[in-house]
Design a protein around this ligand. Structure first.
Ligand code: URA
Length: 191
């Protein structure tokens, strides 16, 4: 069992974030999308930023890419409630453009604290923005995916973003290989 209660720690982080106005993105947002799921999750997913559906509902990955992420989670024998899902940015960038470096840098401490509180066995970084932010690397996602990295004591597997899979369904089998590697680690560390 974790020594600090992760649910309480996440609540403190959410309170610290408050009705954030630290960067320009607060101007266009409807809801902050903090993250959702099991505070004691052994598997955490990190995406890029909320899209329109997420901004409207205040929840991550609830649009089309989110439905595919749910399928990916279920194909691993898990439910959405078993894992924790968050994004690099907590507010929607206009027109779903990628995060600007200053926005990512401003939001990053909150993601780092979420990761530290949940302390997952594996973190799956979805797409290049998430992988680059989590791993503090600038490599392309195609170069990073499928390999395990260690950052702050957490095992990280970058893979393609589900929105990319909607555009390039032939890469689904590649992502499935990455997810299977994650499942192997989760099985090995099961008590
Ligand atoms: N894409 C993301 O990266 N995050 C979401 O929450 C939804 C779509």
């Amino acid at each position: 069992m974790p020594t600090v209660d992760s649910a309480a720690a996440l609540k403190v982080i959410r309170e610290e974030l408050g009705e954030c106005t630290r960067c320009r993105l607060h101007e266009g947002r409807t809801h902050i999308v903090f993250g959702v799921g099991n505070p004691h999750a052994r598997l955490m997913f990190v995406g890029e930023a909320p899209g329109q559906d997420e901004d409207e509902q205040g929840l991550p990955f609830v649009g089309r890419a989110g439905q595919l992420l749910t399928k990916m989670i279920e194909s691993m024998g898990l439910k959405r409630e078993d894992v924790y899902i968050a994004n690099v940015l907590k507010c929607r960038p206009p027109g779903n453009r990628p995060p600007k470096p200053d926005e990512a840098a401003t939001c990053e401490p909150f993601l780092r604290k979420q990761i530290a509180s949940i302390n997952p066995v594996v973190l799956c970084a979805l797409g290049s923005s998430a992988a680059q932010a989590v791993l503090r690397r600038e490599d392309k996602i195609s170069a990073m995916r499928g390999k395990f990295f260690q950052i702050d004591g957490v095992t990280v597997m970058p893979t393609y973003h589900p929105a990319y899979l909607l555009r390039s369904p032939s890469e689904k089998k590649t992502v499935w290989e990455d997810l299977q590697k994650i499942m192997a680690v989760l099985r090995k560390t099961e008590k």
